[in-house]
Design a protein around this ligand. Structure first.
Ligand SMILES: Nc1nc2c(ncn2[C@@H]2O[C@H](COP(=O)(O)OP(=O)(O)OP(=O)(O)O)[C@@H](O)[C@H]2O)c(=O)[nH]1
Ligand SMILES: [Mg+2]
Length: 377
């Protein structure tokens, strides 16, 4: 691995997955070479070809006399776009990996800016984005735009990136350290955004052009595949934490309810008022027990799943999580007291509105306390 801050300019590895793209090779390879040569950016082009019957590999070979930076790796097993890209990361020898389509949909003019975002501005991931200011799509009918917009929207909770479906992106190799990428998903960038390790991500606006040469490989199966991929990424530990937190909180409430009911059932609720432990009415004791159960339940799920915080000390995390839960509970009681006893919101529907607002506020407090303190990494 090269030193990005060293004297020598870092080497850019351009990975291009191909299937039957012979016609595009004499366009994209000289195109890249012209733009990067002009800017003095060192590069290699790694074409990852799935043994295309149209002779894509031969086309690259012929071009490599004039463009020695280009080589083609012919793959005969485990075909597919994502496995090709993942293998490309292994074959690449550069300091920065960049992935782009072969069909000139991704403008080569954006390459220098993407390169500099990493080398000069310290980004870990750069995305060539159609949906950021200045970006766009040429000649797409309304329906295709609409579907693309909807698909991007569904991925929004998973990442802050405006165009996670883009196939045009660059990363530092460190982003992939200790991450296992699932090669079945078609959207390799989204996979990296969810599973990779990175700090800064930046975007370069691009205008996406439809292919002029060769055929599209996308069918209706891709949409189904995408939904399935999304589902898996939503379930992946640490992704979309607010959603997971809400879900876990909901199950915690059920645990709480179940515990109280169980205790009441075993002891019989007619004895509730008579039964006391050291002067404390048993009902409150039950509440306290089930509260602890529910908080513990939430803790386990949040630690392993919501925040994927298993590397921290569990006793510290547990203590903090409990403190947050108790503080949140006290705030909740105080706010309800304020709403009902002081502001007098004890009639419909204002009471419900007040209760809902209080729950909302307390949930956010709970979430922030957990994320920024209890499970801070
Ligand atoms: N190695 C490999 N590359 C693939 C495979 N399927 C697609 N590609 C390449 O991935 C890139 C994107 O595929 P495209 O067919 O252009 O997909 P798209 O851009 O979403 O759709 P169109 O531009 O309309 O064709 C192109 O460079 C393809 O050659 C595959 O199974 N294996
Ligand atoms: Mg394309």
């Amino acid at each position: 691995m090269g030193d990005i801050s060293g004297m020598k300019a870092p080497l850019l590895s351009i990975i291009i997955p191909t299937f039957n793209e012979r016609g595009n090779m004499p366009l994209i390879i000289p195109g890249i070479s012209k733009v990067l040569g002009r800017e003095g950016i060192p590069y290699e082009i790694v074409v990852m070809d799935d043994d295309s019957p149209d002779g894509t590999a031969r086309a690259v070979k012929e071009l490599s006399d004039e463009y020695p930076q280009a080589r083609c790796i012919v793959r005969t097993t485990d075909r597919g776009l994502s496995p090709s890209v993942i293998q490309g990361f292994v074959e690449a020898r550069g300091d920065i990996y960049l992935v782009m389509d072969a069909d000139l949909s991704h403008p080569v003019e954006a390459l220098p800016r993407m390169y500099r975002s990493i080398v000069d501005d310290g980004a870990d991931i750069v995305v060539g984005s159609r949906h950021t200011k200045g970006g766009g799509i040429e000649n797409w009918p309304f329906m295709r735009r609409f579907i693309s917009f909807g698909a991007a929207l569904m991925a929004r909770p998973l990442t802050t990136c405006s165009d996670p479906m883009s196939g045009f992106f660059a990363i530092r190799p460190e982003v992939l350290k200790n991450t296992e990428l699932r090669p079945k998903g078609y959207k390799i960038l989204l996979e990296i955004l969810v599973k990779g390790r990175y700090g800064r991500i930046s975007e370069v606006p691009i205008t996406f052009k439809d292919r002029e040469v060769g055929q599209s490989k996308l069918g209706s199966k891709v949409m189904l595949n995408y939904i399935q991929h999304l589902l898996e990424l939503y379930l992946y530990p640490g992704s979309a934490p607010f959603f997971k937190f809400l879900f876990v909180g909901g199950t915690g409430m059920l645990v709480d309810l179940g515990m109280v009911s169980l205790l009441l059932l075993t002891l019989g609720d007619e004895r509730l008022d008579i039964l006391t432990f050291n002067g404390i009415r048993s009902f409150y004791l039950f509440q306290a027990v089930s509260f602890i159960y529910a908080v513990t339940w939430n803790f386990v799920w949040n630690r392993y799943w919501t925040f994927d915080a298993r590397s921290g000390s569990s006793s510290v995390q547990y203590t903090r999580f409990m403190v947050v839960a108790i503080v949140a509970f006290l705030i909740r009681s105080a706010l309800l007291f304020l709403a009902v006893d002081i502001l007098g919101l004890d009639y419909q529907p204002l009471y419900q509105i007040a209760l809902l607002s209080v729950i909302l506020v307390v949930t956010v407090i709970n979430y922030l306390g957990s994320k920024l303190w209890a499970f801070r990494k």
